[in-house]
Unconditional design. Structure first.
Length: 119
């Protein structure tokens, strides 16, 4: 992958992660992990900044070294999934779509809850 493409994708994923911090329904952590992965291939400076970030650095280090997610992050993620689904329940009329989204969110929650907590 060309360096400039990796850098572009790193910044795009980082922007989506920051938007996901305030917008229910848009996940933060997957985009943050992708931003870290792309930045490792596109910009050492951005990569160091991500890992040194006061809020996101520990999350990235815990994931990279232990494949672990903190209890607080799990709780916030599961609550945001539930809130997002409840909002969609009120706004969507398609029961099949709601069921599919519900199953997907359940799978994401189960995966998160099955991850160990950092030591």
């Amino acid at each position: 992958m060309p360096r400039y493409l990796a850098l572009l994708l790193a910044y795009a994923c980082l922007a989506l992660a920051f938007i996901g911090v305030v917008l229910p329904g848009l996940p933060t952590v997957p985009f943050l992990l992708l931003a870290a992965w792309f930045s490792a291939r596109g910009s050492e400076r951005l990569h160091r900044w991500l890992y040194g970030h006061p809020r996101f650095g520990k999350l990235l280090i815990d994931w990279e070294t232990q494949r672990a997610v903190s209890r607080k992050s799990k709780l916030i993620a599961v609550l945001m999934l539930a809130a997002s689904w409840a909002l969609m329940y009120r706004r969507l009329d398609n029961p099949w779509l709601l069921a599919g989204i519900g199953l997907f969110f359940t799978g994401v929650a189960a995966f998160l809850l099955s991850r160990p907590e950092p030591r």
